[in-house]
Write a protein that binds this ligand. Sequence first.
Ligand SMILES: *Cc1c(COP(=O)(O)O)cnc(C)c1O
Length: 399
Amino acid sequence: MTQSTPKARARGPQTRIVHAEDRLTPGFEGFQVPVTRASTVVFPNLAAMRALVWSDDSQWRYGLHATPTSLTLAQRLAAIEGGRHALLQPSGLSSISNVYFGLVKAGDHVLIPDNAYSPNRDHADWMAADYGIEVTYYDPMGGADIEKLVRPNTKLIWLEAPGSVTMEVQDVPAITAVARARGIVTAIDNTYSAGLAFKPFEHGVDISVQALTKYQSGGGDVLMGATITVDHDLHKKLKRARMRLGIGVSPDDCSLILRSLPTMKLRYEAHDRAALALAHWLKTRPEVAAVLHPAIADCPGHAFFERDFKGGAGGLFSVVLDRRYSASQVDAFIEALELFAIGWSWGGSHSLALPYDVRSMRTASSWPHEGVLVRFYVGLEEEADLRADIEQAFAKAFA
Ligand SMILES: *Cc1c(COP(=O)(O)O)cnc(C)c1O
């Protein structure tokens, strides 16, 4: 394999370690993308280094910005969603943050759906308090009424369809039509659909944000996020902010996600089948006041889901329990579950359940339900076992 030249053999042992000439056997082609770890990217000469254009994705620049491993992942993610560019960030939340820092400045106005991922709200409140950005929350089900909230300085409209706790599905095309007519950028948190079931760029959205931590990882062991775009100028704005913030991702983490991507659609479909079956069963249960699953008619925006989603809903849905059960009884129900763990995040093989007090999470829209909301994430266990588990926990907590 290694052919050391006579000249190399004449160098000292330490130099030979640093300049090891081991190469993989030429012609070795695996299916997996090699893990390329590097900070320095070596240029052949100074002229090549000086000719570097920092915004040119076709040139390797610095390990923080891209390596062959991370670029391969970015390209595959963009392809899944029908985008042309993708940037990777070390968490879904940092992808959200990258959108803010790339697109808005003091004096700009941002619109956020009232059911948005809570840390996005917290981020927006921070921008409003410390960075002079105006933030308005809007009713996620308001559709084209968003026009009434648009101001001359509105620069960014966030969308999330469905919201990952309350599952309301927004009328995305109605909102993006308003934004397009005014040159306002739209960004959707599309984590719920993994970019499989909902294709934001076909519905007028400019930026798709993915928490790769969820289905793309699938293992519950990697944190990462992505911003995906079609428009080159938007990509450049996000990339410049990402560079200035010093954001990069580990090629090892990228390789874990690259390993999981080929099974993502199959996993999504398996989660979807089990979750939908459980949701239909829960609808027949006297303990349950409403089932909030986008594919079931109870769910606000069900018609938009039917119109715009192709390929299922995955493993996430919520129920509202009957209001006769107190918050502490619902806590007891969740703690009585044996197969559903208590914890944040989702997208892996293990089922999860959490209670939410939705009214305390909203400021711009009312919430009709009195009972406690429980969000289930259905993992890859047998659906019959999960059903039996919920049944025994109902009996134990609500007897
Ligand atoms: C988990 C999640 C995020 C954030 O992802 P992290 O990698 O945990 O930061 C963003 N949006 C939604 C809808 C999520 O579920």
